[in-house]
Write a protein that binds this ligand. Structure first.
Ligand code: FES
Length: 376
């Protein structure tokens, strides 16, 4: 049975009112019997899966629990996507490739769509599952869009994008948004800004499904210049290539997305560059590795786990035989949040330090000395 989305939104509000009468279950647990888009977590329905040589593009209709941030994200941000694989929820982040809602617009819930384009990576559990087996109709879990890879506000007059391989995906969202806003006279002032896009890939043109669209954009928007570099014949892109390709580099706001070595290289030439890497970043500068590591008392289980400072509390507890509740394992979904009851923990994402009574995410925190946490 499929309930239309306006009714679903009303039922969502009704659920808040009826919660006291359905405890210990939530009203959404009952509603989920009728519509799988209802649930304690934010869910979405896969409406299309388009497979190309390199990328698989997935279109998702967010469920009733998804707020406006799911369509009013900032172009360039990513989304968390959860799939049940071999009986276990697996989470990964993927850049959104669609443009966010047009400025000043208000999409009806039934019009909301999100797209991601996934390139399978060797041994990539999630990416290969999406590429090989994901079908329309599948219900997936979602976390709200996030990340700070986006254009500043107001939109700069001169922009440089540097992308390599799958790094083109967040920039596709930004370019689609700029194109949409320019055509509608929106945020970017009704004109497409001066954009140079240097893209590197082992192919003579950017891979489908983006190649044709980028070529068409270059033809239709005079402000957009695509410089495609075939790394199979021209070699890998290096930072020292950029000033030759973009002589007015110093006048441009630069965003780059690609493998970490390329981004590190680019920073030597463009210090204030905004970047998005395929891989997790290193420890924040504020964290001294010598301060990390310790014994972790796991609630009232009677078990003590151990971390050297590189093993998260979640991993350490599992290694000690105490599985903790978790979801994405990457700091997005908050499923793993629990309280510090004694000692100190450090969040590896930003170096923030947490003490007794404070909440931590066990999937991305480590002890800093002796630590005790609540175990639910
Ligand atoms: S498991 Fe998702 S935030 Fe920790």
């Amino acid at each position: 049975m499929r309930i239309n989305n306006r009714l679903a939104a009303r039922l969502g509000r009704l659920a808040e009112l009826t919660e006291p009468f359905t405890t210990p279950l939530l009203p959404t647990d009952y509603a989920g019997l009728f519509n799988p888009l209802f649930g304690r977590e934010i869910r979405g329905r896969v409406t299309a899966v388009d497979r190309h040589d390199d990328f698989t593009t997935v279109t998702v209709e967010p469920g009733p629990g998804a707020g406006r941030s799911f369509t009013r994200f900032q172009a360039g941000q990513f989304i968390g996507l959860g799939l049940q694989i071999d009986g276990r929820w697996t989470w990964r982040c993927y850049s959104l490739t669609n443009a966010p809602e047009l400025t000043g617009d208000r999409l009806h819930r039934s019009e909301r769509r999100l797209t991601i384009s996934v390139k399978p990576v060797p041994d990539g559990t999630m990416s290969t599952r999406i590429a090989d087996r994901l079908r329309p109709g599948r219900i997936i879990r979602l976390s709200a869009p996030g990340g700070d890879f986006h254009l500043p506000d107001p939109v700069p007059e001169k922009i440089l994008f540097v992308t390599a391989g799958a790094g083109v995906t967040p920039v596709m969202s930004i370019l689609r948004w700029l194109d949409q806003e320019a055509r509608a006279g929106g945020t970017a002032g009704g004109t497409f800004p001066d954009v140079v896009h240097v893209h590197s890939e082992r192919a003579t043109t950017p891979a489908a499904p983006f190649g044709d669209e980028l070529t068409a954009l270059a033809a239709e928007q005079p402000g957009y210049t695509l410089i495609h570099r075939d790394s199979a014949t021209a070699g890998r892109l290096h930072a020292e290539d950029i000033p030759d390709l973009v002589p007015d580099l110093a006048e441009r706001v630069t965003l780059a997305c690609g493998p970490t070595p390329l981004l590190d290289d680019l920073r030597t030439v463009i210090p204030d560059i905004r970047t998005e890497s395929f891989h997790a970043t290193d420890l924040p500068g504020s964290v001294d590795p010598a301060d990390l590591g310790g014994e972790i008392v796991l609630g009232s289980t009677g078990v003590t786990a151990s971390s050297t400072g590189t093993t998260t509390i979640l991993d350490a507890a599992e290694a000690a035989g105490v599985p903790l509740i978790h979801g994405c394992r990457m700091g997005i979904c908050r499923t793993c949040v629990t309280a510090v009851t004694d000692g100190t923990a450090v969040d590896l994402r930003d170096g923030a330090v947490y003490g007794p009574g404070e909440q931590i995410r066990t999937c991305c925190s480590v002890p800093s000395g002796p630590l005790a946490i609540a175990v639910n």
